[in-house]
Design a protein around this ligand. Structure first.
Ligand code: KG4
Ligand code: ZN
Length: 323
């Protein structure tokens, strides 16, 4: 079964075809219009999706060498509601026109299960950490659709912290890739930064962002490589600490990392090297938003008999696994 997956929940317009032997095409258009605002402007995102979605979907079908998929899947949430609606409405109309099944996919489940597209793939149960611009959540994934939330952020997401720190340091948007690049030449022990902890075992990143601002504005640290590397190490350390605790508590050592921040060099290096975890990482291009992760979940759910109606609506705060 070849499934066309459509993703428009934030600032990537993406489409991909996934079939029995894996990803057949993967087309991602990243909107550049938001750069001057240092963050995603929802209305501009919706309009840019509407402009690009037909060409992106066409390109995904052409690259896969097919005229018509066997089913269509699209992100139905969580995300910016106007942006989600563009891809969702487009995907439903395609499914209706082609008279093929449709499935609405949870964007976070897309990230969480994206390591399943790789070879080797993790097997259930696994610990899955989704670190993106909007979410930082650790799941115990027992099966498709069976996810227990073990920890989440109580304030900023890790990616959001990167974006805000980049702003404080006068770097561009999105912050993750620029801070990552800058940190390569820095000393991660140069600037002492906190490793925030909450009583519940959830994450909190807003204090870290404030500490970086304090380091620049009050302590005179240059907004350069050392500060970038020190911030990055603090993020990696707090993520790692909680994942290791969850692994000890659940007895599960299979660990899958996903979401935009999973493209981060230090995070990839430190998790991959950890002797207590069996780590599965998607390639960098499949960490940030893409259509393949949506087609993948759509396909897995279709194979289990799921079909969604044309009344499927956008769900801006949908939790993965919730009906
Ligand atoms: O998953 P994603 O593409 O979109 C959301 O669903 O949010 O994640 C985007 C986030 C942004 O905050 C961006 O700064 C961050 O991922 N990001 C990175 C890196 N590449 C992207 N963060 C750290 N290091 C990177 N190399
Ligand atoms: Zn995402």
């Amino acid at each position: 079964m070849n499934v066309l997956g459509i993703e428009t929940s934030c600032d990537e317009t993406a489409a991909s075809v996934v079939g029995p032997s894996g990803v057949r095409s993967d087309v991602v258009y990243t909107q550049t219009i938001h750069q001057e605002y240092l963050g995603v402007v929802p209305e501009l995102a919706s309009r840019a999706h509407a402009d690009k979605i037909v060409a992106v979907a066409r390109a995904a079908l052409d690259q896969a060498g097919i005229d018509r998929p066997d089913a269509v899947a699209a992100t139905a949430g969580p995300g910016l509601i106007g942006a989600v609606l563009v891809g969702l409405s487009f995907a439903k109309s395609l499914a209706m026109g082609w008279d093929v099944p449709f499935v609405g996919v949870n964007h976070l489940e897309g990230h969480l299960l994206s390591p399943l597209l790789e070879d080797p793939a993790p097997t259930f149960p696994f610990l899955g950490l989704v670190v993106s611009g909007g979410h930082t959540t650790l799941y115990l994934a027992r099966d498709i659709g069976d996810y227990e939330t073990l920890a989440m952020t109580v304030d900023d997401a890790a990616g959001e912290a990167y974006d805000k720190v980049a702003r404080v340091m006068g770097l561009g948007y999105p912050g993750g890739p620029v801070v990552d690049r800058l940190a390569k030449d820095g000393d991660p022990t140069a600037v002492p930064l906190p490793r925030p902890k909450t009583k519940t075992g959830d994450w909190s990143f807003s204090g870290l962002k404030t500490a970086v601002r304090h380091a620049v504005k009050n302590q005179g640290h240059a907004p350069g490589p050392d500060l970038a590397a020190s911030f990055q190490q603090a993020v990696v350390d707090v993520l790692m600490r909680r994942v290791l605790q969850a692994s000890r508590e659940t007895g599960v050592r299979t660990f899958a990392l996903s979401g935009g921040v999973a493209a981060n060099s230090q995070l990839r290096a430190d998790f991959s090297a950890h002797p207590d975890l069996d780590v599965y990482l998607p390639p960098r291009s499949r960490c940030t938003d893409n259509g393949a992760m949506i087609a993948n979940v759509g396909r897995l759910r279709l194979l289990r008999g799921q079909r969604d109606g044309m009344d499927t609506s956008a769900r801006p705060s949908w939790q993965p696994g919730a009906r």
